[in-house]
Design a protein. Structure first.
Length: 119
């Protein structure tokens, strides 16, 4: 089992920045890649970014490339999502997930944190 707890969401204005954190506990070694996803009201959950625990390789959705940066701290078992130049369309509940292998399927999910960007 892997437990994930997100934090760092909030209400910001367009152009501002936010940093989301995800603290992982449990059998994290079994989940080689950690992902960030989001779900806006009335829309399906979508992939945002992911990172490999071991190599640090990163993956991004086209909609966030150049604005968002995913990183990890292996010592603290934490993953981060730095979001810059936020837009109103980034408004969503953001989820941390473990065991990403492509698409939107993961083995474990956090409870989500709300990000609201006002224009």
């Amino acid at each position: 089992q892997v437990q994930l707890v997100e934090s760092g969401g909030g209400l910001v204005q367009a152009g501002d920045s936010l940093r989301l954190s995800c603290a992982a506990s449990g059998r994290t070694f079994s989940s080689s890649r950690m992902g960030w996803f989001r779900q806006a009201p009335g829309k399906e959950r979508e992939f945002v970014a992911a990172i490999s625990w071991s190599s640090g390789n990163t993956y991004y959705a086209d909609s966030v490339k150049g604005r968002f940066t995913v990183s990890r701290d292996n010592v603290k078992n934490s993953v981060f999502l730095q979001m810059n130049s936020l837009k109103a369309e980034d408004t969503a509940v953001y989820y941390c997930a473990a065991g990403w292998n492509g698409g939107t399927s993961c083995n474990y999910w956090g409870q989500g944190t709300q990000v609201t960007v006002s224009s």
